[in-house]
Design a protein around this ligand. Structure first.
Ligand SMILES: *Cc1c(COP(=O)(O)O)cnc(C)c1O
Length: 397
């Protein structure tokens, strides 16, 4: 039993402050599987808030990969990877990932969050400097903090500013880290330039491909594959386009060994269930053998991007993520609610996920969306369709 002691008082106080800022968050359970439509509280919505870019989260081959592995290996992994939580399935998945992504080695982590925290706190330490894009994901921010290195935040995608900072900051070692595709705006990092700067300054380069894996590159290998960039470390997640759970780090064998020996988020956490790895093997197979999934995703991206432009929003064609920035958090909530009344789910994104003043509706497209579903999302954004869309500034990425 828990008590309503002082902590409950602290909680009430904190929640009041959050509510006063219009930033209260709630959990909302799905009554259906993850997919292009989802059921919430008895109502069906077209879902534009999932990162299930290839529609693999409920793919029957992926589910079967989990089930057959669980029947053979049981469910729980019982211990951390280094104790007795490793298995042939974990090893097979790492070999398959290294092969698909053309890397010397792959190492699994329990999530992208844990991968970034583990990588940064291993690769950087006291006396080092990490150069981190201003819009990098929160897991990178937290990894930087844990590393005890000095963190220099450079303006978003500003190569010239980064070049100056690299030149003027003395350090034992320098590490550059960037998202490949930025999770809230959907734009791409200038990876060719980051690679050039890293080489010129003897810095290491880490690229987080969370929203690029499965979406970009001829085989879904991400933005690095698309541009032919070879950073020291790539981080990818199994939870987005690969429709499952967990993450992986692609690097040279010595870097893999360093992480195994030093990454605390790997060492001190129970390993992924083998069935999760079985699901990921099946998802990787689907991604590798079905380029049609990526083609369908890109057809939807183009349809949505063209439609946004016709509505007068400037829209990119960089990735599957589109944000309609509306400013105040209350406004994002209100507009999201209006879309819901039309059967469209685009969850509001508010600080601290995005900078203050840039609350937004974020749309993520999937290969599983139909042309008609994409059309419905666009029509819900038409000026005049929802109460008040005409008011205020609506700018897209
Ligand atoms: C989602 C995300 C992560 C975290 O990955 P999980 O596997 O969901 O923990 C890391 N980096 C970026 C850029 C992300 O968008």
């Amino acid at each position: 039993m828990s008590v309503a002691g002082p902590v409950t008082g602290w909680a009430s106080e904190a929640l009041e402050g959050i509510a006063a800022d219009g930033l209260t968050r709630h959990l909302e359970p799905l009554e259906s599987a993850q997919g292009p439509t989802v059921d919430i509280a008895g109502r069906r919505y077209v879902n534009f808030s999932s990162n299930d870019y290839l529609g693999l989260a409920a793919d029957l081959d992926v589910v079967a990969g989990a089930r057959t592995t669980a029947m053979r290996h049981g469910f729980g992994s019982g211990a951390s990877r280094l104790i007795v939580g490793d298995s042939l399935v974990h090893q097979a998945l790492e070999a398959a990932l290294a092969k698909h992504f053309n890397a010397a080695s792959a190492l699994l982590f329990n999530s992208g969050y844990q991968a970034n925290v583990g990588v940064l706190s291993t690769l950087a330490g006291e006396g080092d400097v990490v150069f981190s894009d201003a819009l990098n994901h929160a897991s990178i921010v937290d990894g930087c903090r844990l590393s005890r290195a000095r963190v220099v935040i450079y303006p978003h995608c500003d190569v010239a500013a980064l070049e100056r900072l690299l030149g003027s900051t003395p350090a034992r070692r320098k590490l550059i880290i960037s998202d490949a595709v930025f999770s809230m705006d959907g734009d791409r990092a200038p990876l060719l330039e980051l690679e050039r700067l890293a080489r010129a300054h003897g810095a290491g380069l880490v690229v987080d491909e969370a929203h690029a894996v499965g979406v970009l590159g001829p085989t879904g290998g991400g933005l690095c594959e698309e541009l032919g960039v070879a950073p020291d470390v790539r981080v990818g997640t199994l939870g987005k386009a690969l429709g499952g759970f967990g993450a992986f780090v692609l690097a040279s064998k010595p870097v893999r060994g360093w992480l195994i020996n030093q990454a605390r988020s790997l060492i001190f956490s129970t390993s992924l269930p083998a069935s999760t790895c079985g699901a990921a093997l099946a998802a990787l197979q689907r991604m590798a053998t079905l380029p049609s999934l990526r083609e369908r995703l890109w057809r939807n991206i183009h349809q949505f991007s063209d439609g946004l432009r016709q509505l007068g929003y400037p829209a990119h064609r960089d990735s599957a993520i589109f944000s309609v920035i509306v400013g105040r958090p209350e406004r994002a909530l209100q507009l999201s609610q209006q879309l819901r009344e039309q059967g469209i789910l685009a969850k509001p994104i508010r600080p601290p996920t995005v900078p203050a003043g840039t609350s937004r509706l974020r749309f993520a497209l999937s290969a599983a969306h139909t042309t008609d579903q994409v059309r419905r999302a666009l029509s819900s954004l038409s000026p005049g369709r929802g109460e008040g869309w005409g008011e205020g500034k609506i700018s897209a990425p």
